[in-house]
Design a binder for this molecule. Structure first.
Ligand code: GDP
Ligand code: GDP
Length: 445
């Protein structure tokens, strides 16, 4: 799926434009450990085609504080990922020096750039676009996000510029989702909601064991396979017995999955057992979304934004080793935040399949080591010569998560704290939302 990233200096109307473009679809505000700036993400669909839209927040080139630099790294990452960049400027204010800097920066990136001149609230104001021509960007779109003018034309142009998708997703390549958690956390209720809301493709596919029944559903055009659902969908006494063997089946399901939905009872809070289950997910290096379920037992009125933040803080504190997992406060029964879950599933699925070109990785590590040199170990210093993302090879054992090989002068000179620091910094440019990251260190020859 192609990514379209919105950039521009603060206050030009990026958020409003973002909301106009994704009109009905749900948007996610992603804020997790290590990322200083919210990335707002939504999926936009037109006919059979779909894109991912990212709003980056205000761009600035003032690097005096380290915070600014990290914001810049994040925006840079979002631009690198983009197929098309929507560069928004303010038609009322006119050309701003920062606009010129941004234009220069984008030119080096070799991306399709659309210059969106916003706040053109009346047609006769289109003349205000003229001065922006000196930015040297060919495609200029006068719009008014506030009055919904010119937006449709812009969206059509974006879609017409996207390349044809190579193939429709086929069921054998479906992403496998395991719903796990303690008995009574609400796994069955969640699965039933998922089955109820989405198109069922294959009714039931017998798995290898008595317990394993996979069900394929379609979420917004993509196929997802809910795995090992038998004991969860039709409960009887015998299947309740199975639930006692939680650990065994949990490990099995985690291993078979591409993404784990980890359901936790909000009323009971994160228990000792939940921590154990969380540990299993971490050990398996699986992408994960944590669902804090039964929020309806805690609050009468659900303010999604506020409660999601609270749920995230609470869970990340209790399960710090799963800090990469987005947390969704919801109610499977009342379907609170249900769309947020669907959007997050699609987002994490996109992220786990993402590949970073080698030149970008090499550049990232060179910059990072120059800026923040690793500590000396016995008078020597770590060097990273080369970095590359490991490809999924057909037929071989599949990788559980994005995996990178780093070629260094000596693995012994890698300190854990420095590795953690590098990962935090890495996620600012390449967030890999919902995914663990696996690092493999090799001695360069
Ligand atoms: P961002 O900081 O770039 O995300 O900008 P916002 O979307 O928050 O908008 C900044 C301000 O510009 C807000 O007060 C908006 O109401 C206003 N604004 C955004 N789009 C338009 C527009 O098309 N016309 C006018 N007149 N104001 C707009
Ligand atoms: P499982 O054992 O994890 O599959 O859990 P179930 O889906 O069977 O749910 C256990 C109990 O919790 C049932 O009585 C459900 O009705 C209830 N439950 C599940 N989700 C919710 C929810 O979001 N809110 C409330 N209030 N109850 C729920």
């Amino acid at each position: 799926m192609k990514i379209v990233t919105i950039v521009g200096r603060p206050n030009v109307g990026k958020s409003l434009l973002f909301n106009r473009i994704c009109s009905k679809d749900i948007s996610l505000v992603y804020d997790s450990a290590g990322v200083t700036r919210d990335r707002i993400i939504s999926f936009v669909k037109k006919g059979q085609r779909e894109l991912m839209l990212i709003d980056t927040g205000g761009m600035s080139f003032d690097f005096h504080s380290p915070l600014d630099k990290s914001i810049h790294d994040q925006i840079n990452g979002a631009i690198n990922e983009a197929y098309i960049v929507l560069f928004v400027v303010d038609g009322r204010v006119g050309l701003h020096p920062l606009d010129k800097e941004i234009a220069k920066f984008l030119k080096e990136k070799n991306k399709f750039v659309f210059l969106v001149v916003n706040k053109i609230d009346q047609p006769e104001m289109e003349q205000f676009c003229a001065e922006f021509a000196q930015l040297g960007i060919e495609e200029i779109f006068p719009v008014s996000a506030a009055h919904n003018l010119g937006i449709q034309e812009l969206v059509e142009k974006i879609f017409s510029r996207l390349p044809e998708e190579s193939q429709k997703s086929n069921p054998t390549a479906a992403t496998r989702i395991a719903v796990i958690g303690q008995p009574n956390a609400g796994k069955s209720s969640l699965i039933n909601s998922l089955l109820g809301e989405n198109r069922l493709l294959v009714h039931e596919e017998p798995g290898t064991t008595h317990d394993a029944v996979d069900v394929d559903i379609e979420i917004a055009g993509s196929v997802f396979s809910l795995i090992d659902t038998a004991g969860l969908r039709k409960k009887n006494k015998q299947q309740k017995e199975f639930e006692r063997k939680v650990a065994g089946r949990t490990v099995h399901s985690i291993n078979r999955s591409h993404i784990v939905l980890f359901v936790i009872d909000a009323k009971k809070g994160v228990s000792f057992q939940d921590k154990k289950i969380g540990g299993l997910i971490q050990k398996a290096y699986k992408p994960c979304i944590i669902i804090l379920n039964k929020m309806d037992l805690l609050v009468d009125h659900f303010n999604a934004k506020e409660w999601n933040k609270k749920a995230t803080m609470y869970v990340q504190n209790e399960l710090p080793f799963l800090s990469y997992a987005p947390v969704i406060g919801m109610s499977a029964e009342k379907k609170w935040n249900f769309n947020q879950l669907l959007t997050t599933v699609r987002l994490v699925d996109q992220q786990r399949k993402k590949r970073i070109p080698t030149h970008q990785l090499v550049e990232f590590f060179q910059d990072s080591l120059n800026q923040f040199p690793p500590p000396l170990v016995q008078g020597k210093r770590l060097k990273i010569y080369y970095a590359t993302q490991v490809k999924e090879k057909e037929g071989s054992t599949t990788l559980p998560c994005p995996t990178f090989v780093l070629f260094v002068n000596n693995q012994k000179w890698i300190k854990e704290t420095y590795q953690k620091f590098l990962e935090r910094k890495f996620r600012q440019s390449f967030p890999f939302i919902g995914c663990p990251i696996l690092w493999k260190w090799k001695k360069a020859l």
